[in-house]
Structure formats: C-alpha cells, structure tokens
Write a protein that binds this ligand. Structure first.
Ligand SMILES: Nc1ncnc2c1ncn2[C@@H]1O[C@H](COP(=O)(O)OP(=O)(O)OP(=O)(O)O)[C@@H](O)[C@H]1O
Ligand SMILES: [Mg+2]
Length: 508
C-alpha cells in the first residue's frame, strides 16, 4: 500500500472580495519530508497555509491529515491534530519572557497551576534536541530576530506539533542564522517532523527541500524536486519568464553631496557605545550600501538619521542644513525618505485602506493634501499610480493593507517612498519578502531614481543585492564602520570576513 500523505488538500478554493486567493488547489505533503511551496507575491501561499492551520476556512475543497478528513474551525483544532505554524510576521509579546511566550495560550485547564519549572525544563530540552538553544527567562524584546524565530518554533513544538509550517522563515535572517535554521530543520526531519517551508530565495529552497510545489495565481501548477530543476527553471515555473539579476550600469554619481554624516555616535543607558564615530557621504546619484550582520547598529543608525534617536551626537547635514537637532517630521519635510525595515510596525497602518497608507508620512503635502485639507481624489489617483508602477497586486486601492500579501505590502511602502521624491532615501531591506520578478522591478526603480539624482543609503542582508546596486559599501561592525569597499572588486565572501569582525581595514 502506498504511504499515507501527512497533509492532502484537494480542490481547495478560497475567495476574498475581488480576489480568488486559492483556486482548486492540490497539495500532497508526505510524512517526514521538507516540502517547499514557492510562488510570486500574492500567489496564495500564506492563505493556503492559514487554511491548513485552521485560521482561514476554505469556501470548498477537502483537507485530510494522515488520511482523515478534517474541518478545522480554529488554529486550536489544527494544533490538536499536530499542526503548528510560524507566521511570516512574528506574533510574540515583546515584554514577556521566552517561557511566558511559549506557554501563552497552552496553559493547563482551570484549577491546575502552571508548573513553570517543568515548562522551562521542557523548553531547554526541546532546544537541545532540535538545535534551538534559548534561555527561558530572557525577555523577548532583548532577543535577536533569529532568536525570536526560535521562540516561535519552540512554541509550536511545545504544543506537540508533528507538522510544522514555516512561512518565509528566512526572510528576516542573516546567512549565519539561515544555516543554523537549516540545521534545525534537518534535525526535526530526522526525528520525523514534517515541514512545509515557504521562501522566495530559490537557492535555499533547492538546498533544503525534498519536494517543491509551485503556485501561480492561486493555483498549484506543479510539483518537482531539487534534482529535477535549477533556480532558473523554478523561477520560470513560477512566473513564466527568466530569472533577473542585479547588474550595475555605469556610475551616475555626481559631485554634489546630499547627505554628510560626521562623527555620529550614540550610547545606551549604561554608556555602551551603539554607534561609534560614524562618518560617510551620500552624493546625488549614488547608492551607498551598508553591510553588516543584524544587530551591529543598523537600527540605531537609521533611527539616528531619521530623528528617532534623541541622544545621537555628531552632524547630519542634508543639502547643507544640519538636522541633528530636528524632529523626525522636519527631517522628512527636508527631504529624508525612509523604507523601514519592519513594514508592519513602522511602515503601514494595517486596518486602513491602501490610499491612506500611500499617504502615510506624506499626508501634509501634495498630492495628498491641498492646503490643510486632505485631497482624497488626488491621493487615490497617486495610489493607483504606485500600484501600477510597483506591481502591487490588489483589486482596488480601497482594501485595507491587511488584505495585501506580505510582498505586496512591501511593494506599496517602497512605491510610496520612491514616488515621494525625497533628496535622500534610506532603504532598509527594500526587497525583503518580494518575489524574484518584482524584486527586479524594485531594483530598476531604485536605479532609475538614482540616475535622476536621488541619493540612497541601502541597508540589506542580501549581499548580492548590496553588491549589485551599491556604488560604495561600508561595513558596520559593533557600531563602527570597519571597512569601505568597492562593490566592483568585492565578493560576498570578502564582505563576510569584515561583517564577522575577522578583518578590519586600517584606514577607512
Ligand atoms: N484577509 C484578506 N482579505 C482580502 N484579500 C486577501 C486577504 N488575505 C489575502 N488576500 C489576497 O489573497 C491573495 C493571496 O495572498 P497570500 O497572502 O496568500 O499570498 P502569498 O503567496 O503568501 O504572497 P507573498 O509572497 O507576498 O507573501 C492576494 O491577492 C491577497 O491580496
Ligand atoms: Mg505570504
């Protein structure tokens, strides 16, 4: 007898107003395999995962778990059936400990006291078993992104999941963390856990997956294996066109300095230096890249530049004016644009319609305002323009931002900031979570804006992107610029040695 599938979906359809998110989907995940699901932004991956996890109910179709038909009405029922999900956007409570977050929602029924000691031991044991080390007593707000993700995974395993859904787990990780996660995935698999893995990074998919299902326009269009396809062929299955790559054209760097930062320093409450004497220039038409492992001062650098870090000292001169004492709003008005790293927390008002989101941060000026009034008509027109140019997949500009897929939310934020025509744009992880086709479109837009004289400060964990787009690269390590490199001469490996602190330039 053939082996029973761990998950078997058949004819699954899910409609939203104006969109068919999943259409007649077929998916078969075998027990103990790593099954990747790939597809463009808005192809329907997250929706399908939410259906398996009981968060979303399909309009039609059947779902079998281990050969038995199920109708989950909530994640609780999916969890009881052994299914766990780690979302594209983390859902942890920051000011609680690892232990509290893990047991939150799975406390024993009333009357029974929670045994914190046992739970803490279990967390430590799970961590050892699957290579996910964590301190149960640590506050989540103090954890790195990679560690937060471990908490999410442990939380799911703690509830007894045998089928683990990971929606874009690597989007937020640096290469070192990705390889740690992959080691854990291999451990989980060896111990019989079934894993569904979503990623836009096709080389990762080819490395970790046993089986790959491709989605396009809400449908599953095929199933393959890493032995049968390469990244290019996989991309072609997804989008029906060639895999683009970032290449630099000739330099568009002008003599005019738009942003000059000098001696920028910042210390935390206990006097530890977070930024040490950071100095750089961004010229008109130049992309200055910042490389660094997350947590080496990138967030502080961005906050200091945009005015969210009051204690920063030094000079931040934008087009001749020192802004170091100006508020965030004034800096924006002076021409400082920002694509924030965390689109959901800093970049969007999730319950509000797209056209309001497109105005966010720019609501006081044209085309979103006329005098003191908001100009809805022009605002909507401008939003439609962003949607078209940046290929945001949406039925209308009136749907709330929550209705967009993760990658399409990102495209909206990128489009808003580029079309606002700032003097200098700080772009933090601009293509995070964006599919390969749309990524090329964003690269093109950044290059076009650069050619038109925009200065760009690019922070990216994607080293290929950084090397492909930048005119100059600085490496940030422990709050300090430790190297200045020419992207034309440098490889990702070279960058890596500076990023980990293994090497440092004498004079930068
Ligand atoms: N709650 C919702 N309300 C309305 N439309 C939605 C909702 N959730 C998803 N959609 C729509 O369903 C489609 C599929 O979205 P989904 O999030 O599943 O895509 P995805 O493949 O995960 O994309 P990404 O790679 O960008 O994360 C999109 O067109 C999206 O706009
Ligand atoms: Mg998604």
């Amino acid at each position: 007898m053939a082996q029973e599938a761990a998950i078997h979906l058949s004819g699954v359809t899910k409609r939203y107003p104006g969109v068919v998110a999943n259409r007649d989907v077929e998916l078969k995940v075998m027990p103990g395999e790593v099954h990747a699901v790939v597809g463009e932004n808005g192809a329907g991956k997250s929706t399908l995962m939410k259906i398996i996890y009981g968060m979303v109910q399909p309009d039609s179709g059947t779902i079998e778990v281990d050969g038995r038909a199920v109708h989950f009405r909530s994640p609780r029922e999916a969890i009881e059936a052994g299914i766990g999900m780690v979302h594209q956007h983390f859902m942890l409570a920051d000011n609680f400990s690892v232990l509290e977050n893990v047991i939150l929602g799975s406390e024993p029924k009333s009357g029974v006291r929670i045994d914190f000691d046992t739970a803490a031991t279990q967390i430590t044991d799970l961590g050892k078993r699957y290579g996910l080390p964590l301190d149960p007593g640590e506050k989540v707000e103090r954890l790195s992104v990679g560690e937060r993700q471990r908490v999410e995974i442990i939380k799911v395993l703690y509830r007894g999941a045998r089928i683990l859904i990971l929606d874009e787990p690597t989007a937020v990780l640096v290469p070192q963390e990705v390889s740690e996660l992959f080691d854990s995935i291999r451990d989980l698999k060896r111990q019989g856990v079934t894993i569904i893995f979503i990623s836009h990074k096709l080389d990762e998919v080819l490395e970790i997956a046993d089986t790959i299902t491709v989605m396009r326009g809400g449908r599953t269009v095929g199933t393959t294996t890493p032995a049968q396809v390469d990244a290019r062929e996989l991309a072609e299955m997804m989008i029906g066109s060639e895999l683009p790559s970032p290449e630099t054209r000739e330099s568009t760097v002008q003599d005019r300095v738009l942003l000059e930062v000098s001696g920028l320093s910042l210390a935390n409450d206990v006097g530890r230096a977070l930024l040490k004497d950071v100095s750089f220039k961004v010229h008109a038409g130049e992309i200055v890249g910042i490389a660094g492992i997350e947590g080496n001062g990138q967030a502080q650098l961005v906050d200091a530049l945009i005015g969210l870090e009051e204690n920063a000292t030094g000079r931040i001169v934008l087009a001749g004016d020192d802004l170091v004492d100006n508020e965030a709003r004034d800096r924006r008005a002076a021409g400082m644009g920002l694509i924030p790293e965390d689109r959901q927390r800093q970049g969007l008002l999730l319950p509000s319609p797209l056209w309001e989101n497109a105005a966010l941060g720019h609501q006081y000026r044209r085309p979103f305002a006329r005098g003191i009034w908001m100009d809805r008509r022009e605002g909507r027109r401008q939003t439609e323009e962003i949607v078209r140019r940046f290929r945001v997949k949406t039925p209308t500009v009136d749907v709330p931002a929550t209705a967009l897929s993760g990658g399409n939310q990102q495209k909206l934020v990128v489009g808003r900031e580029i079309t606002a025509e700032p003097l200098v744009l700080i772009a933090a992880q601009p293509t995070r979570g964006i599919d390969v086709g749309a990524q090329a479109a964003v690269w093109e837009e950044l290059k076009r804006a650069r050619a038109a004289g925009l200065g760009i400060l690019l922070l990216s964990a994607d080293l290929e992107e950084l090397i492909g787009l930048s005119d100059t690269i600085h490496v940030l390590f422990k709050g300090e610029f430790v190297a200045r490199l020419d992207p034309a001469q440098v490889t990702p490996e070279d960058l890596g040695t500076y990023m980990t602190g293994a090497a440092k330039q004498v004079a930068v």
